[in-house]
Design a protein around this ligand. Structure first.
Ligand code: ADP
Ligand code: MG
Ligand code: MG
Ligand code: MG
Ligand code: MG
Ligand code: MG
Length: 667
């Protein structure tokens, strides 16, 4: 469970001296793991979700809802429960979950006890298990504490009262004007991560999200609630140095981002090539699912003009120096880096022939020496680029005790970098060469939904999409720069209905004269490494050289609404992702009852996409705007926040029906 201390973490000045050491050994560890597992074959689908919760402490007398900092105790109780369940098969069924700490001291993460299998019937276990987890967690909470699955906590960082127990803001790790360090998980790793990001960057993180201008919101909006302090040099960042932008909600700590909750899905592939294929196929869906699951419209007590969390987290852990961000000429830093280490993926990695080199059209910064080391050891170009791109980052937290490990057995240094590249997709090697677990892919963009029903629906939908992808050999490739554009578009208020996204028009493999037709086994070499055009750019400086060769693929994709992408467009013969999923289900032999149950979940996806039902983000906006306390000034007061949490709790208990959010589905 990782609750125990791992040792003594190094402050940044010390850690940076070991960055090359960690990278060098991380690569050796990866290569050792690769040698041992590159031919690993698994014959069945295993997959699982991760649900993150915030524990809220309700003060009914004063009508306040505060984040509870007691999660450490709750996690210890859950760990005990898990341990006992290991010994007692009867109990195992009742517990059937695994619990993890998260960044926030008010956060919990629960996963199923065992991964799910691929059978349709197993899909019906998903919501049941999510409910079991919620109930189990509640057992270890105080009567006034509730686990809520809100993506961003509306009043996090507001002046006054948002934590139980109360702590004043402005601690040494985050140096935030708004949150105390007590909000951070107490495990030494987390405050160190926070402080080292700030130190490496050379300033506090600065997050600015556009405010939603309502009738009475001042124009320009200059936040009157930003406190002033005079303790740390960073205290000048917000106002004197202009860090807090007008017309924006300004936030200055990792907790505003990493303190958000999300829904992640991990699937095991049969082998490494299949994992790479799933990774690529799911990548263009990242922004689509972000917009469709949008659930984060409120930050630091204000309605924002965005519906989802992603950019908040990206900015909240952006450890790039000014040189890396391009604000100053390169002197001490090695590279200009376009994105935060929390961001969308930068390259496709599959060797499938449908992955044309020109789809990787954003310049990829990567570590030349590491690329060479990987190449020299038999790693193909695309994978070597992927790994050496992850390795342009510095390890942020290094423990003295774990500096020298056996590279044949440990993957610690590799994981140090791998697990702090927080991207929309994660390509996960087996955890160790002795592990029974295979090559996996994690889908990471979705926002957490208010109820288990919705979370189950999105989890099931995504898993079925991966099955359809493999079954129909789909092709979702578009230039990765377009995926990035979609990522930004996804944030807009009500993007799900109002915006259009680049998406591939022809998603089935096409038969060309002289080549085998779609669906039949391909006669061309599957491992197309040798057939890929040689990449001409020098390692480490890759430009999109092929673009100058005039390979324009803009006729392959067009702008579509989410409704078209999900529900299809019969006029164009475009099936939509739900069409694919239903076709896939039709190929299986499923009993009527199971199919009906699965359809309930798919209905939710369909109706969210076509606008019949609201996203959580729209629903929360409406809740705020209809609240008697709301003054049309974008302010989400303590009372509104309290009523919102109470409402979410009632929805989860089935005490109120919210047809605008869930349709006829009741909890
Ligand atoms: P991380 O936080 O690194 O993403 P977690 O351990 O929190 O990983 O969650 C991993 C998820 O993967 C869980 O839902 C778990 O059920 C699932 N899982 C575990 N083993 C496998 C496997 N062999 N294949 C696919 N998924 C798995
Ligand atoms: Mg996890
Ligand atoms: Mg997590
Ligand atoms: Mg998180
Ligand atoms: Mg995860
Ligand atoms: Mg994790």
């Amino acid at each position: 469970m990782g609750l125990l201390s791992l040792g003594t973490p190094m402050p940044w000045d010390e850690a940076k001296k070991y960055a090359d050491h960690v990278r060098a050994h991380g690569i050796i560890q990866f290569l050792n793991l690769w040698e041992a597992t590159k031919n690993s074959q698994k014959d069945c689908l295993l997959w699982g979700d991760e649900i993150e919760y915030m524990v809220v402490s309700l003060d009914d007398k004063n009508e306040k809802a505060r984040l509870s900092l007691r999660v450490w105790e709750i996690l210890q109780d859950l760990a005990k429960e898990e341990e006992e369940a290991q010994k007692d098969p009867a109990k195992k069924l009742l517990v059937d979950s695994t619990w993890h700490p998260e960044y926030g001291r008010y956060m919990l993460e629960g996963t199923p006890g065992e991964p799910y299998m691929g059978l349709p019937r197993d899909l019906l276990a998903v919501e049941r298990n999510m409910k079991l987890r919620r109930e189990l967690a509640i057992r270890f909470m105080k009567p006034n504490e509730v686990p809520v699955t809100l993506t961003s906590y509306p009043r996090l960082g507001c002046a006054g009262d948002f934590l139980e127990p109360h702590h004043d803001p402005h601690g040494p790790a985050a140096r935030s004007l708004f949150v105390p360090d007590d909000i951070i998980n107490a495990h030494a790793r987390f405050p160190t991560l926070t402080a080292n990001i700030r130190r490496r960057r050379g300033s506090k993180v600065a997050i600015n999200m556009p405010i939603f201008h309502d009738k009475n919101t001042p124009r320009p909006f200059i936040d009157p609630t930003i406190p002033t302090y005079n303790d740390y040099p960073e205290d000048k960042n917000a106002i004197e140095e202009g860090g807090a932008l007008p017309d924006h909600i300004y936030m200055d700590a990792m907790a505003f981002g990493m303190g958000c909750c999300c829904l992640q899905i991990t699937f095991q592939a049969c082998n490494v090539e299949e994992a790479r294929k799933i990774y690529d196929q799911m990548a263009p869906l990242g922004p689509i699912m972000l917009a469709l699951t949008a659930a984060a419209p409120i930050y630091r007590g204000y309605l924002s003009d965005v519906d989802c969390r992603w950019n908040v987290i990206a900015q909240s852990v952006d450890d790039r120096t000014e040189e890396e961000r391009g604000l100053k000429p390169l002197k001490d830093s090695k590279y200009r880096i376009a994105k935060s280490r929390y961001d969308s993926i930068d390259s496709y990695i599959s060797n499938d022939p449908s992955n044309k080199p020109e789809y990787n059209d954003i310049p990829l910064v990567y570590d030349k020496d590491i690329y060479k080391k990987l190449s020299d050891n038999g790693i193909d170009d695309l994978l070597a680029r992927h790994i050496s791109h992850l390795f342009i980052r510095d390890p942020l937290v290094i423990f003295h005790e774990l500096l020298n490990v056996d590279d044949n057995e440990s993957t610690d240094h590799f994981e140090n970098l791998q697990s702090t590249n927080w991207q929309t997709m994660r390509f996960k090697p087996p955890p160790s060469k002795h592990s029974p677990i295979g090559w996996r892919v994690e889908f990471r963009s979705m926002e957490i939904q208010l109820t288990d029903f919705e979370n189950a629906a999105f989890a099931i939908f995504i898993v079925l999409v991966t099955r359809a992808v493999l079954s129909f050999n789909t092709n979702f490739y578009i230039p990765i720069s377009k995926v990035d554009e979609n990522m930004q578009v996804a944030h807009h208020r009500n993007a799900v209905l109002d915006k259009k996204f680049h998406f591939r028009k022809q998603i089935f493999p096409q038969s060309r004269p002289g080549t085998p037709s779609a669906g039949t086994p391909s006669a061309s070499p599957r491992l197309a490494n040798a057939t890929l055009p040689a990449r001409t750019a020098a390692p480490g400086t890759t430009g999109a050289a092929h673009l100058s060769a005039g390979l324009d693929r803009s006729d392959e994709y067009e702008l579509m609404t989410i409704n078209e992408i999900i529900n299809g467009d019969p006029a164009k013969g475009f099936p939509g992702l739900l069409g694919l999923v239903n076709n896939y289900l039709n190929t299986l032999n499923i009993d009527i009852e199971t199919r009906c149950e699965i359809s309930k979940y798919l209905e939710l996806i369909k109706k969210r996409a076509n606008g019949t039902l609201m996203t959580a983000a729209s629903w929360m906006r409406q809740f705020v705007q209809n609240h008697p306390d709301y003054k049309q000034d974008s302010v989400v007061s303590e009372k509104i926040n309290y009523d919102l949490v109470k409402m979410v709790e009632k929805i989860n208990k089935g005490e109120v029906q919210v047809p605008e959010l869930l349709g006829s589905f009741s909890v």
